[in-house]
Ligand binder design. Sequence first.
Ligand SMILES: Cc1cc2nc3c(=O)[nH]c(=O)nc-3n(C[C@H](O)[C@H](O)[C@H](O)COP(=O)(O)OP(=O)(O)OC[C@H]3O[C@@H](n4cnc5c(N)ncnc54)[C@H](O)[C@@H]3O)c2cc1C
Length: 418
Amino acid sequence: MGDLVYDVIVVGARCAGSPLAMLLSRQGHRVLVVDRASFPSDSVSTHYIHQAGLLKLKEWGLLDEIVGAGTPALRTMHYAYRGIELNGFAEPVDGVDAVYCPRRTVLDEILVNAARRAGAEVLEGFTLTDLVFDGDRVVGIRGREGDGPEREFRSTVVVGADGFHSTVAKRTGAELYNVRPAAGFIYYSYYTGLEDWGLHHKTGMNERWFGTWPTNDGLQMLATICTRRQLKEFRQDVEGRFQAVFDDVSPEMGVQLRDQGRRVEDFKPMRYPDNYYRRAYGPGWALVGDAGYHKDPYTGWGITDAFLHGQLLADRLHQGLAGERPMEEALAEYNKLRDEESGDVYDFTTTLGELTELPPFFRATMSAMSATQEWTDRMLGLIGGIVEGYEIYAPDALERLYDSAGVPQDQRIYDPAG
Ligand SMILES: Cc1cc2nc3c(=O)[nH]c(=O)nc-3n(C[C@H](O)[C@H](O)[C@H](O)COP(=O)(O)OP(=O)(O)OC[C@H]3O[C@@H](n4cnc5c(N)ncnc54)[C@H](O)[C@@H]3O)c2cc1C
């Protein structure tokens, strides 16, 4: 093993790959990160980062760069789900008193540069074509820059941070589990001319949703999500159907969009792949970000999870590389923690992403929370990953919630399955 060049090779240099490369390099490990893209580079993804993700950026010393790039600070959220409204903002944590929606051209470049500054070697425009195996152990990668000759790099561990079409996952045969069918599709674009709408996340009564987020360069990003059965009709008249979602979910905002909004870029569409987990490690390899775990973008948790799981994996790779514990044991723990810590968001996302009537427990509790500012803000904190589930859903908390909203005893639901 003495001829290994790198400790870790990371394939994919966006939200999952670059933070991982940065963290490992800061620990003194030799890291190569490759991506077929060249940065700044756009990606089909909207831009919402939850407070839990912003706290990671702050801890890593990168939040100021997001703010410095002119990304607007948002301090009010307007959530609505089939008639239940939550308007407010979570209690600030560790000085994070706003949320941000940086364009991926802005965010991903900041992340790649941070990895490079930390000492990682970054190879842009490099496409991975295959993994190098020694028996069943992954020992490196093969690929090429543009039309250049094939090159090979070796490492102790190869990490696939290469998104939901992950070549690393395919070549290692990482098995899928807890797969749930995708519910919808999205169209989004950028607008000028609108009043300062702020952040809206609104699901109407007809399996339609829209979101609005102010982002860089004075632009508002507007997005719609509908369930798959509406796709054929939507494709026949994208401009008209996009407008119709706003008209349907919030007629006043629909009027403003029609009268004042000016779209300045092409629509970006995406029909979602199914929701899934993949086994996150094996001999000489690991997966992070969408490569190993993907869910409906409805709750906007992909970027935040990529940060959280990038940190989880970096910590355990470090333990393995430093000889503090066997690598296999460290990576098994990463897999376990990733699944445990993301389980609630996965359930919440795949339930709400259906855009249909809420299960009775969620309807009862969300209605009760919408009755007072204190509980609204607590729920917004839960959505943002800075309030623990038990602070709302433990039996005594539920009792206080229902009391505060004056919910009659016979309408109180305590069992999520009830
Ligand atoms: C329409 C849509 C909207 C979304 N909106 C949000 C949102 O508002 N908030 C949020 O948190 N999440 C959102 N998400 C989810 C979020 O985009 C992803 O979870 C996140 O980008 C995952 O990051 P990643 O680094 O794992 O993968 P990716 O961002 O997919 O990056 C993978 C990288 O790997 C590279 N790569 C792939 N294959 C190869 C190869 N063979 N060789 C070299 N390089 C390769 C690619 O070029 C790419 O740069 C959205 C997703 C979609 C589809």
